[in-house]
Write a protein that binds this ligand. Sequence first.
Ligand SMILES: Nc1ccn([C@@H]2O[C@H](COP(=O)(O)OP(=O)(O)OP(=O)(O)O)[C@@H](O)[C@H]2O)c(=O)n1
Ligand SMILES: C[C@](O)(CO)[C@H](O)COP(=O)(O)O
Length: 236
Amino acid sequence: MARNGVVIVAAGKGTRMGTSDSKQYLPLRGKPILVHTLERFQRMPQIEAIVLVTGSGDIERCTAYVEQYSLAKVVAVTAGGDERQHSVRIGLERLPVGLEVVAVHDAVRPFVTEARIAECLHKAYEAGGAVLAVPVKDTIKVVDSSGRIESTPERKSLWAVQTPQAFRLDLLEQAHRQAERDGFVGTDDAMLVERLGHSVHVVEGDYTNIKITTPDDLLLAERLLQEQQGERDEQA
Ligand SMILES: Nc1ccn([C@@H]2O[C@H](COP(=O)(O)OP(=O)(O)OP(=O)(O)O)[C@@H](O)[C@H]2O)c(=O)n1
Ligand SMILES: C[C@](O)(CO)[C@H](O)COP(=O)(O)O
């Protein structure tokens, strides 16, 4: 089995959620969203180490969560950067030596399953890079600044990309270094690897692996958690 680590990015401000507290700390059935996410990775035997990247003012709070919820695989809690990409780069630098594959995961995606994470890690070990994604259901349009539709990409080739995004560690480190040299900022890590000319593969995920971004996502999140906990009770 490859030696895997994960960087959980939780240093965003949650502007679109519109809450005073950053969305990653909002409670879902009494537990912060961030903790639900961390517990998924903590439970996986394939994961050796977790690096948590948070807001500079949240380090103490997150360190307390690590203690309270016995998240023993969290090896570092560190302050992130102004952009998600910068937070990832900072997290990579805190990983322990000797890991082969790293997954980068949004703290606000608490519903990813351990099976999908494992598939993504395995594909990344085999092929260098892999991302969870789902086929797009809606028709997507390219629209100009005036609101006029410019084109309609063929839907069957479009996928909505999620996280985790997993890569051989040396490849992702190289991609971040190159992006920094070029002053390039992307919206996900795969973009940085793609621009090196290295292939990245899609691993089909689940539509339930939502990124909690706006208030309506919280309603869905409560329902999803109830269903997943119901499934776990049935399996127990
Ligand atoms: N500088 C940043 C920006 C985002 N993130 C993290 O990246 C994930 C996905 O980002 P997003 O959903 O956009 O979170 P926010 O940036 O907080 O949301 P918003 O854009 O509404 O402010 C989140 O877990 C967020 O905490 C981060 O670690 N560092
Ligand atoms: C990485 C990501 O979750 C893939 O869909 C997404 O790009 C993050 O974007 P955000 O604006 O930082 O939420």
